[in-house]
Design a protein. Sequence first.
Length: 470
Amino acid sequence: INQPKANMTTITAQQLADKMTSLRPTQTIVKTAPVGMEEEKTTTWVRNEEGKWVEASGPATAAVSHPVEPLGPLRSTHTEMHGFRGNRQWEAPQCVLRDGSLARTGYTTINRDEFEDTPAVLAAKVKMLASMIRQAKFPIAYTGAGISTESGIPDYATGSSASRAALVTRHIHCVEAGPSDAHLVLTRLHSAGLMKAWVQQNHDGLPQKAGFPQSDMNEIHGAWFDPSNPVVPMAGSLRDDLFANLLQLENDADFCICVGTSLSGMNADRAAITTGEKAKKQFETTKTSVSPGLVIINLQRTQCDNVAALRIFAKASVVLNALAEELALPPMDSHARDAEIQRAIAQNNDVFVLPYSPEDGSLIEGEQASSCACARLRAGAAQDKGFELDLREDSVVRISRGKFAGDLAVVTGKNRQGHYRLKVSHDLGKGRVKAQVPVLLGKWWVLEGMRGEVPVFPLIPAPAGARPEF
């Protein structure tokens, strides 16, 4: 997960602020850094002169300057500023941050400059976005690191040194971060039937913490809360079933709301780009668009702005909160779902009966969303229709698929948020000893698993008497 190197030279918060004297300071920012899943520690990270994340010395917070004065308009094509469906009378977005370095070295030639639409233009764009969502027949979301910076998780992809998307946050472990307003609004869209699926480049589980169902998530690049879907390295391969689902969504989607990603050439970008290209082709042919197409919400420019039906330059939560108001979305209490999960865990004492195959964790045919599936198993009937999964401390389970498929894991307890901790015994091959890999199982899995709502469960029973080797 691209941790900063431990031996990297550090600078104090004051030194960092002194390096940015040309910018007007407006707020204090604390960045969190992903560390080992097993460790419970908090660290303050800041950027050094090279734009790299380093552990801060000195005060607990780092003063980072944000320019708020307009630094001139964006000079680009109409489509790249507003989208091909945008009003040609709209003013150009205004620059709010100058940073000439590349947004993603080796993947794009676009720099990290940040822009914001004027208030009047932003209001008009939100109204158009609401209309597009109402028009969509198969809307999806595609999100990158930028949607999570407001939750305090650093953007290791583009690495903007003083991004307007950053948020003041307390010192927390990355796996303990909470969802932003942007995550919550996308979840409310799903609950209202206005969002079919969410393709997530991030690994942070923030959509699920907001209440978005795991069954409609595609964590294509890996997940911190799914032992069967470890984080995929840049040169790694995507999990077959997740890639197949991505291709299906690419085919089905007629609308994609793309938030916080540089769209710099990842394979998963196809979910957004194809949606945009289909709508743009229709528009160029008929001057109308049958499909609403692609909406890109990002402070920075992307190399795919030219296929956007609507291009919005603003912070994700600002746009999505305004969208929720425009659509009059019903309120949603994510804490209520968390309480429901906790009740299910307490009632079952960490031992769950699940309607999945004990061989590969796949949902048994006919058991999806069956309210009586688990009841039948508890009664002792049709034992070939599922299995009992023991997640009490020191219990042994197996990983159902992915890189760790077939590996044994021992449950080591829960973290402070109630997610299950496990240690996987993974054979490194070539005569090397087995690795001890700490992983997490998000607690939402057990509730959706009991209901048969997810197509595959990440854990299955271990053979009787089996223990992992470390």
